[in-house]
Design a protein around this ligand. Structure first.
Ligand code: ATP
Ligand code: MG
Length: 757
């Protein structure tokens, strides 16, 4: 099978788009007419085939650049695709229809806006504007926006749009779940308001395109003439609206080339339908399907680990993957005592790879399951002076974190007017723009901070009674919190503030995935604060973080969620926080059961297959969450990884097992020496400053000695091995005679005591 890759050397005059391709790749690149599906695993060159095929179409004269539409999901991916093509065909690339679904649909809509009731200069609303609008619509219908959070209604509407459903097509059954059955009605009114404002939201871009193509055959015909070839990357993640849009565009030419990997479908929660991919051959019966099997990205061990992991999914097409590359290094799995030592070890490893092995920082990535999990790594990178970049917002720059910090700043520093303005009416407490302007003016006249001016205003009649009452409530809360500053731990204070201010409740009410992420971030903020002596110390750290010096000549470590990493590749990949409940995510499994678990496993597969050379997977035995220690159990995905591709890492932290006995050798964490590379030394200074992580015990372990407080004879429970009795104790390692699994040595943090001896 491997002989396929040993192609004769390319002839000297081979054009770049035909160079270095294996046989099936070449076949796909030279395929010009009719439907083509390239269905294959990660790193097999799908994106490469797509870009080379595009260049080939142009060079053979089969299509002009302006006849080709090439679409993908993220701006970053679209840019990379365009760059690759530009390298082959030069400036002609500008005439190709390149972009994300949104960008291309917007471009088409601008030309025909009138047909759907818009003007060509329509605005595309951001989320805040959308929210304001839906809220107005709801209020006009006398719907209680407290009981039915506008954000939730908006999320429902955008799901309908993902499915290509205009208000008249939303079925009664679908709509009855929402806002006492008036969901479809609200949707219709919201759409009407958008038209009146000459605006649309993101979902509308495709939806209006669909209306346009369906209702105006002339326009569609015009596009059939303009666009003769359509190409789609990451096809497995298309939703229904995108699928319909593509189908309409290629209705006549049937020149559709889609590349994708069913094993990498990770947007089911946003309406992606792998079925689109699986149905391809039915819909386009004349379609050619090409499978690529040689992976060019990863070493043998990485690929082996990923392939075995994904084979645990039942609903998949199944495919073989091989690499000609050396086996390379085994996948390393590390267990750590807690999240802080995990983050620290990752940072030390990055530092060491950069310094001793000259691995560029930007070819290393830390990929996490959930947005809030970047925080622990950001903090340690800041502390150690490792330049990093977050794809998406950095933790401390996220809206909810800025809001929470504004509350804290105002408590510590009552003259902080920016903080005051940010949160005086967040959550909404009846203090509108007019009231705030009044306070601002009074403050200016009296030469006082706004909070002080507001306090004065409580005893006069400047404000109407209602506004005065709301303001009094707010000012009194701030005064009370200030009083508590010296008396209760700062982590407790922040929880009180978030609670009493109604800020947490505001997000809780929304029940959207987005709001869930924000609540997780707020919890993580409490955890972050735990590492600091007091509130001013923490705020000092924050201001340091915010003074964003974000360009670094030596590159930056990439930090992002697994979702954001799709299609990208890195030399070294770190996959931390692999604990049950976090990954696979408990929430996904609760909501979607077995199919949720499979989507989680695909995410793990995406994560592992991003790595070219080295991969480090890790988990922590305990984490501090919301000020409390929680013990963690290694993710089931670790147990699914095959032994022959793993190595038990003993250099940092602990050696790990998978489903087998977990044995741990605690090792001191090596300290990273300072000073390498340009810009490094200056950043190193920062690590000297403050920030001593607090050490708190894992339940059942003494903080000072690391001794467990278990006694011989205690009855304990372990997630994997079940019940057993402690038969020996060595520091915090227990030897347990499990009823079923026999004798094992495990770390105390991994078991729960059933009863004391
Ligand atoms: P993913 O599923 O992650 O999106 P993909 O199938 O799109 O991956 P590419 O990103 O196109 O894969 O290719 C993976 C890597 O392999 C790239 O670095 C690419 O340049 C390289 N590659 C692809 N085909 C070949 C080939 N025939 N010879 C050498 N390198 C190749
Ligand atoms: Mg790709």
């Amino acid at each position: 099978m491997q002989t396929e890759s040993f192609l004769p050397k390319d002839a000297p005059d081979t054009p770049p788009w035909l160079q270095g391709l294996n046989a099936p790749q070449k076949k796909a690149v030279e395929h010009c007419d009719g439907p083509l599906l390239v269905l294959s695993g990660a790193g097999t060159g799908k994106t490469r085939v797509l870009t080379c095929r595009l260049a080939n179409l142009i060079s053979t004269g089969k299509a002009k650049p302006w006849n080709i539409l090439a679409v993908t999901f993220t701006n970053k991916a679209a840019r990379e695709m365009k760059d690759r093509v530009a390298n082959m065909i030069g400036p002609m690339v500008e005439q190709v229809w390149f972009g994300t679904f949104h960008a291309l649909a917007a471009r088409i809509l601008r030309r025909h806006a009138e047909a759907v009731g818009l003007k060509a200069n329509f605005t595309i609303l951001d989320t805040d504007d959308q929210l304001r609008l839906i809220k107005q619509v709801m209020e006009a219908n006398h719907i209680d926006v407290k009981r039915n959070p506008p954000r939730m209604v908006l999320a429902m509407i955008s799901r309908w749009k993902d499915k290509g459903l205009t208000p008249d097509k939303v079925s009664l059954a679908d709509a009855s779940n929402l806002v006492e059955g008036s969901g479809a009605d609200l949707y219709a009114q919201y759409q009407q308001r958008l038209l009146e404002l000459n605006a649309c939201d993101f979902g509308d871009l495709l939806l209006h395109n669909l209306t346009l193509f369906n209702q105006y055959p002339d326009i569609l015909t015009d596009y059939h003439q303009r666009i003769t070839h359509v190409m789609v990357d990451e096809y497995q993640d298309t939703n229904v609206a995108q699928y319909l849009w593509i189908s309409l565009l290629v209705q006549k030419s049937r020149n559709l080339c889609c590349v994708g990997d069913d094993d990498q479908s990770i947007y089911g929660w946003r309406g992606a339908e792998v079925a689109n991919m699986l149905r391809f051959a039915e819909i386009y019966s004349e379609a050619e399907t090409i499978r690529l099997e040689e992976n060019y990205r990863s070493t043998g061990h990485i690929l082996g680990a990923a392939s075995v992991l994904i084979s645990h999914n039942e609903t998949r097409l199944g495919k073989t993957l091989y690499t000609d590359d050396q086996h390379g290094e085994k996948v390393r799995v590390n267990g750590f005592w807690d999240g802080a030592s995990e983050a620290r070890a990752v940072a030390d490893r990055i530092e060491s790879l950069a310094r001793h092995e000259n691995v560029p920082l930007d070819s290393m990535a830390v990929l996490v399951r959930a947005g809030y999990q970047t925080r622990e790594f950001e903090d340690v990178f800041i502390r150690l002076g490792i330049p990093y970049r977050v794809i998406g917002a950095k933790f401390y720059e996220r809206q909810e974190i800025r809001d929470a910090i504004a509350y804290l700043r105002l408590i510590v520093q009552p003259a902080d007017d920016l903080a005051f303005e940010r949160i005086v009416n967040t959550p909404a407490r009846g203090l509108g723009a007019k009231t705030i302007a009044t306070i601002r003016n009074a403050a200016r006249q009296q030469g006082l901070p706004m909070l002080a001016a507001a306090e004065n205003m409580l005893s006069d009649t400047t404000l109407k009674p209602a506004a005065r009452k709301h303001l009094a409530e707010f000012v009194n809360m701030v005064i009370t919190w200030r009083g508590q500053l010296e008396h209760i731990p700062h982590t407790e204070l922040v929880m009180t503030v978030l609670d009493e201010s109604g800020y947490t409740t505001m997000w809780q009410k929304e029940k959207t995935p987005d709001a869930e992420g924000r609540l997780e971030n707020l919890k993580e903020l409490v955890t972050a604060m735990d590492s600091f002596e007091d509130l001013p110390g923490f705020l000092e750290h924050i201001s340091l973080v915010m003074d964003g010096d974000n360009t670094n000549a030596g590159g930056e470590v990439m930090l992002m969620t697994l979702h954001a990493a799709k299609g990208l590749e890195f030399d070294v990949v770190f996959l931390p926080c692999w604990e049950e409940g976090a990954f696979p995510s408990q929430r996904t499994m609760d909501e979607k059961g077995a199919s949720g678990l499979e989507e989680e496993r695909r995410l793990a597969y995406v994560g592992i297959t991003r790595a070219r050379k080295q991969i480090f997977i890790s988990y922590a035995a305990s984490r501090r969450v919301h000020g409390l220690w929680q013990s963690g159990i290694p993710s089931r995905f670790l147990a699914e990884l095959p032994d022959e591709h793993l190595i038990e890492e003993t250099e940092h932290g602990m050696a790990s097992g998978t489903a087998k006995p977990v044995t741990f050798d605690h090792m001191p964490i090596p300290t990273a020496a300072s000073g390498y590379g340009p810009g490094w030394a200056r950043l190193q200074e920062r690590r000297q400053r403050g920030f001593t992580p607090s050490r708190a015990p894992v339940e059942g372990t003494s903080a000072l000695t690391g001794q467990s407080d278990y006694a011989i004879g205690d009855r304990v429970f372990h997630q994997k091995f079940g019940n057993g009795n402690v038969i020996a104790i060595e520091g915090d390692r227990l030897t347990i005679a499990f009823d079923k699994a026999g004798d094992k040595k495990v770390v105390a943090g991994f078991v729960e005591r059933v009863h004391k001896s």
